[in-house]
Design a protein around this ligand. Sequence first.
Ligand SMILES: C[S@@+](CC[C@H](N)C(=O)[O-])C[C@H]1O[C@@H](n2cnc3c(N)ncnc32)[C@H](O)[C@@H]1O
Length: 206
Amino acid sequence: MIKTGTISYFFRDQKGLERAFDSISWSPNPTIWSAGCSAGQEPYTIAIMLAESLSVWKFKNLRIFATDIVEKFEERIKKGVYSEREVNAVKTNKENKWLFEKYFNISNDGSYEVMPEIRNKVFFAIHDVLADEPISDNFDMISCKNVFEYFNVEEKQRVYKKFYNALKPGGVLIIDPKQRNKEFEAPTNLFLRICKDCVERVYRKR
Ligand SMILES: C[S@@+](CC[C@H](N)C(=O)[O-])C[C@H]1O[C@@H](n2cnc3c(N)ncnc32)[C@H](O)[C@@H]1O
């Protein structure tokens, strides 16, 4: 049975993403895969954060491929329209409020719209990380958060191997910080964990 939980929101794991970005030696054309992206909150968050931290020309070349096993990218999402609940963490956080003001428009109906300069960095597609091959073998970074919990041990290992093959040499993988059971860690023959004592789980491809 396909499990397709939809709960996601903007700036869900800001610290983890910051740690991942700090560890990346960006290509001239930075390329990211957000796997299991739900309705786009995560890839748009990545684009907003990188708009502030990449050089102007690298941000110009940035592409984020955002995939999910089921179609959640209906017109609303491609237009970047979200509810109060989905933007709350960036809207109400004292330190992030300016990002909200800079990158979101408030629509007449009370929803919030991500600015086009962020939207046009993200390309949505349907993709099953278990069954389908990765769409590139040269990603600077893969983000796959709150997705591994759906997989059994064998499936997790299979997906880690795929991510290994999809990353460029030295590329960075970030998964969600919360589960700590050993079987959930990325295999050490494929990935080196950056900051072993941190809650965030960021790995570099060996
Ligand atoms: C809980 S959401 C996480 C969304 C986002 N990554 C986050 O952390 O906020 C999990 C997503 O994984 C997707 N998913 C589940 N199995 C998948 C698979 N085999 N391939 C791709 N996506 C999958 C679900 O459809 C769902 O949108």
